[in-house]
Design a protein around this ligand. Sequence first.
Ligand code: SF4
Length: 302
Amino acid sequence: MDAEKRLYNDFSSFLKSRYGEKVRRLTVNAGFGCPNREGGRSGCIYCLDGSASPVSDSSKTVEEQIREQIIIHLKKKHAKKFIAYFQAYTNTYAPPGKLESIFSQVSKFSEVVAVAIGTRPDCIDEQKLTAIRDSLADKDVWIEYGLQSVRQKTLRFIRRGHGSKIFEKAALLTKQMGFEVGAHVILGFPWETRNDIYQLARFLKKCRVDHLKIHLLHVLKGTPLEILYRKKSIALPTLKTYAQMAADLIECLPRSLVIQRLTGEGTKETHVAPLWAMNKTKVIEAINSELRKRRSYQGKFA
Ligand code: SF4
């Protein structure tokens, strides 16, 4: 579809235009922990196993995990270029030397064109960013930070363990050091208003965020959020409300920002609620039709 006619700057179009062909994601689990789950801290209330993908196996080296997945994709002719995604837990929770030994394993693979590193904004500094830059000098690297919300009330409720100021500091330092910056946000908290969403969009712009993953507030089995949900201490949005919230955010985002994700859900085994979230196509279609109904698109009010 013509770039002008696209409702938003979606990830697959971005990858095609930057790399000239299809790019597949490889999920890597380097065995990091998370500071928010240690020393008496019980973690974010929605967290299940640090979002570790069931297909990545931390008992194998990073090199082994990448090689095995590339072989499978090449055999199935899925793609010839890849993004290594360090998703599980906090992927900068180690001294710079250890980060260098982990990330330098990726540089052996010419097929890997980009590396995405998911982490917490309170777990980064100049030394760590230097180690990452030195070990991945020939790759595009984006560092993805969990922000989740700009409202203090929400951050306290989800037990995030940091405020939005820390995110801002980390994002700006990361940009200054030549990386692209990603952010994860959650929409659907019942007390968050349209104004909160507008404020979130302004904040992302101020922090010079390049990539965004929008998650729906959803409940996974075995999490503290499940207990609250079963006690009816928190209500979840309907599909219609969520589509409106996502559209509110999208139309205020700069057109250049890449939207990597539009919703969130668990697996058949782990997902509790809302049930409509399991039909991802329907969720994305609801967001698209909300934008079409408003004759709107990403950047309309940026
Ligand atoms: S920062 Fe990530 S890994 Fe750590 S508790 Fe929160 S969601 Fe889980």
